[in-house]
Ligand binder design. Structure first.
Ligand SMILES: Cc1cc2nc3c(=O)[nH]c(=O)nc-3n(C[C@H](O)[C@H](O)[C@H](O)COP(=O)(O)OP(=O)(O)OC[C@H]3O[C@@H](n4cnc5c(N)ncnc54)[C@H](O)[C@@H]3O)c2cc1C
Length: 384
C-alpha cells in the first residue's frame, strides 16, 4: 500500500516488529518452530482482530488496515504466514455462519482465547481442482462423520479450530462440479483424540504446515457453516480478501529486499568504489523498485473497490500476481547484489528468498491467476 496509508498503524507495527529481529526468525527457521511469542504479541495488540466487527470484540476496521499491518510485518523482515490466515478465514464464519457460531467463536478469536488459523482445502490427489476433493462428510443423526485426508494444512498444530472443506454429496450429482462441497468448523481440541491425526510436514519454508487425516471423525451438525453443499461458494467469497492480503505481504517483502540491496550497494566497496556506482548493480534495483510500486498501486485499487463493496476480482487477482512477481524479482536482485554474502544465513536474505518464493504457488499458483484473467476478465475460451 502506498506510504500514505495508515501511518500510525504502520509505525506501531514497526515498533512491535523491532522486538522480533532477524535472529528471532532465523532461530525459528532453523528449528522449524512456530513464532508463538510473535503471534501472541500481534493478538494482544489486536492486529489479528482488525477485520472482526466491533460487536464481536474486534476493531471493525477494513482490508486496508489489515493490508498495512501485513505489509509492515514483511517489510520488517518477519513473516505474517504464522497468523495471517485468521484475518481472512474468520470472514467465512462472519458472512455465512449462524448467529450461534458467530457469538460462540468470534469474540474468543478477538481476545486470543481461541485460534482459528487452519483451513483444510488442498488434498494429495485433487490439487488445484477443488471439485475433486475426496474428503467426505456424511450425515448421521445429529452429527456428520468426516473421512479423508488434507495436505499442506498450515498451522493446524497451533490452532484450536480448523475450517474444512468436505463433500456432502458426490461430484456427479450436482448441477456444477463444485456443488455438494460443504464447510465445517472442527474443534481440534476434542477431535485429536477422536479420529483426527495431524502430522507435521517439513518444507522449504518454516510455515508450520501439516498433513491432516480424518478417520470417521464425528462433528456436531451445528458445526456446518451455512447451507450444506454451498461451501465452495463461501470459499470463493473470501478469495478477494486473501489475494489482497497476500499481495500486501509480497509488497512488504519486495520493499525489504530493495531496502537491503540499496544499503548494501551504497556501502560495499569493490574496485575502490561502492558497487552501487555500477549501473549493472543500480538498474536491477531500479527495475524492481518500479515493479513493486506498480504492484502497490493495483493493490491499492483493489483495496478501494473491496472496501466500497464493489467487484474487485480482476484487481485483487492482478495485485496478487504482480506483487508476487515483484517480490520474487526483488529477492533475486537482492541475492545477486549481495554476492556470496547473500547466501550467508545471518543476512536473512536466503531465508526471505525461500519464503517469498512461496507466493508463486500458495495460496494460489501463478498459472491459475493467469487463467482467471484470461478467461473471466478477457473472455478467452475456458481451458478446464
Ligand atoms: C507452504 C505451503 C502452505 C500451504 N498452506 C495451505 C493451507 O493452509 N491450506 C490449504 O488448503 N492448502 C495449503 N497449501 C496448498 C497450496 O494452496 C497448493 O499447493 C496450491 O494451491 C497449488 O496446488 P497443488 O500443490 O495441488 O498443485 P497442482 O494443482 O498439482 O498443480 C501443479 C502445478 O501445475 C499447475 N497447473 C495445474 N493445473 C493447471 C492448468 N489447468 N493450467 C496451467 N497450470 C496448471 C499449477 O499452477 C502448479 O504450478 C500450502 C502449500 C504450501 C507449499
Amino acid at each position: 500500500m502506498t506510504e500514505r496509508s495508515h501511518p500510525e498503524i504502520r509505525e506501531a507495527v514497526q515498533a512491535l516488529c523491532k522486538d522480533f529481529p532477524g535472529e528471532y526468525w532465523r532461530q525459528l527457521d532453523r528449528e522449524r518452530a512456530y513464532p508463538q511469542d510473535f503471534a501472541k504479541a500481534l493478538t494482544d495488540a489486536g492486529y489479528l482482530a482488525v477485520l472482526i466487527p466491533e460487536e464481536y470484540g474486534g476493531s471493525g476496521l477494513g482490508i486496508s488496515e489489515a493490508a498495512a499491518i501485513l505489509e509492515e510485518i514483511h517489510r520488517s523482515g518477519g513473516n505474517g504466514g504464522a497468523c495471517h490466515a485468521q484475518m481472512y478465514m474468520m470472514g467465512t464464519v462472519l458472512r455465512h455462519g449462524s448467529d450461534e457460531q458467530k457469538q460462540d467463536i468470534l469474540p474468543k478469536i478477538a481476545t486470543g482465547e481461541l485460534r482459528l488459523q487452519a483451513f483444510g482445502v488442498t488434498e494429495p490427489t485433487s490439487g488445484t481442482d477443488t471439485s475433486r476433493i475426496r474428503t467426505t462428510a456424511q450425515r448421521d443423526g445429529d452429527d456428520y462423520v468426516i473421512s479423508g485426508q488434507k495436505v499442506w494444512t498450515s498451522r493446524a498444530e497451533h490452532s484450536d479450530l480448523m475450517l474444512v472443506l468436505a463433500r456432502t454429496s458426490p461430484r456427479d450429482e450436482g448441477e456444477k462440479p463444485h456443488d455438494g462441497i460443504s464447510v465445517f468448523i472442527i474443534d481440534m481440541r476434542d477431535a485429536k483424540e477422536n479420529g483426527l491425526t495431524i502430522k507435521s510436514l517439513r518444507a522449504m519454508v518454516n510455515h508450520a504446515t501439516t498433513e491432516v487425516f480424518f478417520d470417521d471423525l464425528r462433528v456436531p451438525a451445528r458445526n456446518l457453516v451455512g447451507e450444506e453443499g454451498k461451501g465452495f461458494r463461501y470459499l470463493l467469497d473470501g478469495l478477494n480478501a486473501e489475494r489482497i492480503l497476500i499481495a500486501a505481504e509480497a509488497i512488504g517483502d519486495a520493499r525489504w529486499f530493495i531496502e537491503k540491496a540499496v544499503a548494501y550497494a551504497n556501502e560495499r566497496q569493490v574496485f575502490d568504489r561502492p558497487i552501487g556506482q555500477n549501473q549493472g548493480i543500480q538498474f536491477p534495483i531500479a527495475r524492481v523498485y518500479a515493479q513493486a510500486e506498480a504492484a502497490d498501486l493495483i493493490t491499492w485499487k483493489a483495496i478501494e473497490l473491496f472496501d466500497a463493496d464493489s467487484d474487485c476480482g480482476a484487481e485483487a487477482n492482478m495485485a496478487k500476481l504482480l506483487a508476487a512477481d515483484a517480490s520474487w524479482a526483488a529477492a533475486d536482485m537482492c541475492l545477486q547484489t549481495h554476492g556470496g554474502f547473500g547466501f550467508a544465513e545471518e543476512y536473512d536474505i536466503e531465508r526471505k528468498f525461500r519464503e517469498t518464493r512461496l507466493f508463486q504457488v500458495a495460496p494460489i499458483s501463478t498459472n491459475l491467476i493467469l487463467s482467471y484473467i484470461a478467461e473471466y476478465v478477457l473472455g478467452l475460451p475456458r481451458s478446464f
